[in-house]
Design a protein around this ligand. Structure first.
Ligand code: CO8
Length: 258
């Protein structure tokens, strides 16, 4: 499939989707979000893919929703018209792991999209922020919800109310990103991490992802109960037989296709 606003590559069992509107700092517009949903769904359904990397460019992961496209929207466009929002959350239905690889600006809707990835690897050039207040709107895709759950209320309020950006080191300290790497190594490191994930059982990876996400939606007791069901169910999978017999035989496990 051809995409106007995305670049797509595959490396073995890893798919790489790059946001690609270089003239607008990868500002997220309707077409790009439609394409992103389609590409994610395509790779989620592809048995040859075990992990997806979502990246932008060296300058910007994404500098937010496209301000030029929405500047003249009215309430009728946004609420009943649903012009912005209807195609923003396809990523939340992707069952395979999605790693965000962030360099440069990751702002507003870009930061919200990044927070919908399973974990983030940041270049040391990355800058994160929720500057919507500066353009007279609130965040609309989880900035006021996922950010405080991720970095705590004080930091989240600071970013949301002052519109200040944090650098990659502060993002790592606050738990927004899992690792920071030199900018020129970002894609190499993201691919290496994704290749490790893709070498595991996709069935088990999906179960872990689903179980971790459940932690944000339920009580601890219910979450542990949910996890226990997956743990028990794992004993019905070929991955458990392969993983445990490989360990006992002192050989590497081969989860290909499991
Ligand atoms: N939308 C549209 N165009 C943009 C955006 C954007 N968000 N960000 C940058 N651009 C464009 C600029 O207009 C400029 O275009 P041109 O060359 O044609 O003038 C080009 O990208 C380069 O940008 P700058 O010249 O401004 O580059 P600088 O290096 O000086 O600054 C910044 C880079 C700091 C990233 C600056 O461009 C900036 O502040 N951008 C806007 C950031 C922002 O406010 N983001 C939040 C937008 S609102 C939002 O995201 C709401 C999300 C809600 C989602 C809800 C879904 C349901």
């Amino acid at each position: 499939m051809q995409y106007a606003d995305l670049l797509i590559e595959t490396h073995g069992r890893v798919a790489v989707i790059r946001l690609n509107r270089p003239k607008a700092m990868n500002a997220l517009n309707d077409n790009m979000m439609n394409e992103l949903g389609a590409a994610l769904q395509q790779f989620d359904a592809d048995a040859n893919i075990g992990c997806i990397v979502l990246a932008g460019s060296e300058k910007a992961f994404a500098a937010g929703a496209d301000i030029a496209a929405m500047a003249n929207y009215t309430y009728a466009d946004t609420y009943p018209g649903n012009y912005i929002g209807r195609n923003w959350e396809h990523i939340l239905n992707i069952r395979k792991p999605v790693i965000g690889a962030v360099a440069g600006f990751c702002l507003g809707g870009g930061c919200e999209l990044a927070m919908m990835c399973d974990f983030l690897i940041a270049a040391d050039s990355a800058r994160f922020g929720q500057p919507e207040i500066k353009v007279g709107v609130t965040p609309g895709a989880g900035g006021t919800q996922r950010l405080p759950r991720t970095i705590g209320k004080a930091k989240a309020m600071d970013l949301l109310l002052t519109a200040r950006m944090i650098d990659a080191a502060e993002a790592e300290r606050t738990g927004l990103v899992s690792r920071v790497v030199p900018a020129d190594k970002l894609m190499e490191e993201a691919l290496a991490a994704a290749t490790v994930v893709a070498s595991m059982s996709v069935t088990v990876a999906m179960a872990i992802k689903d179980s971790v996400n459940r932690a944000f939606e339920t009580t601890l007791t219910e979450g542990v109960r949910y996890e226990r069901r997956y743990f028990h169910a794992a004993f019905g999978t070929p991955a458990q037989k392969e993983g445990m017999s490989a360990f006992l035989a002192k050989r590497p496990a081969n989860f290909d296709g499991l």
